[in-house]
Design a protein around this ligand. Structure first.
Ligand SMILES: O=C(CO)[C@H](O)[C@H](O)COP(=O)(O)O
Ligand SMILES: [Fe+2]
Length: 224
């Protein structure tokens, strides 16, 4: 299983997003970020406001790292396909934000992106197991969405383990991504539970050398 590290620019300097992307890019001999995680918040689905489509388009033009857009917004049916059309590699929206997540997932794929379904910590996995066939990524939130720098919620990991079991048994084909509170102390538990894609915001962008932090997280995840 190929492990992905996805630094979240939520913890970067928003006046220097191109530099933030460059600071986690690979160098000769050292793989860098696999995805660049972009948190879109609308101050309705979550009590915080970050950035939207125009900024995503500019980041897309500024880096070759595939963009992983995490939409914490209401009405993803209306807005999510625009992020795919803007060139995001993976577009993830929240299951709690729509009555028909499968339809949004299909629209994302039609628009040329990988489709991701996100679950808040309190949202169970079971009701979504059937529709996960329409998705490429399952994002299990390991904090309440809305802010970076929060504490990792290990109690959410049984959802990761259950999803991994379904992937291993051939019932699903998905990346299993964890987001929130991932750092050198917590990544091992998430990897052991079965995650293969690790978002890290503060652990990467508060480090002196973000690229080194990405490499260190990758190594720790691989030790599961
Ligand atoms: O979706 C998010 C918050 O809603 C962020 O991606 C996440 O919190 C990353 O930050 P950190 O690694 O500091 O927890
Ligand atoms: Fe996120």
């Amino acid at each position: 299983m190929e492990l992905f590290v996805a630094p979240s620019i939520l913890s970067a300097d928003f006046a220097r997003l191109a530099e933030a992307a460059a600071s986690v890019a690979g160098r000769p001999g050292t793989p860098g970020a696999d995805w660049l995680h972009v948190d879109v918040m609308d101050n309705h689905f979550v009590p915080n406001l970050t950035l939207g489509l125009p900024v995503v388009k500019s980041i897309r033009a500024a880096t070759e790292i595939p963009l992983d857009c995490h939409l914490m917004i209401e009405d993803p049916a209306r807005w999510a396909p625009g992020y795919a059309e803007a060139g995001a590699h993976n577009v993830t929206f929240h299951a709690e934000a729509t009555d028909d997540p499968a339809a949004v997932g299909r629209d994302l794929r039609k628009a040329g992106a990988k489709a991701g379904l996100a679950l808040k910590p309190g949202t169970p996995l079971e009701p979504y197991l059937e529709i996960l066939r329409d998705f490429d990524t399952l994002l299990v939130m390991t904090v309440e969405p809305g802010f970076g720098g929060q504490e990792f919620m290990a109690e959410v990991l049984p959802k990761v383990t259950e999803a991994r079991r379904r992937v291993e048994s051939g019932h699903l084909e998905l990346r299993i991504e964890v987001d929130g509170g991932i750092n050198a102390d917590t990544i091992h538990a998430a990897a052991e539970a079965g995650a293969d894609t690790f978002v890290a915001g503060s652990a990467v962008y508060n480090a002196d050398d973000p690229a080194k932090a990405v490499a260190a997280l990758r190594e720790l995840a691989a030790r599961r």
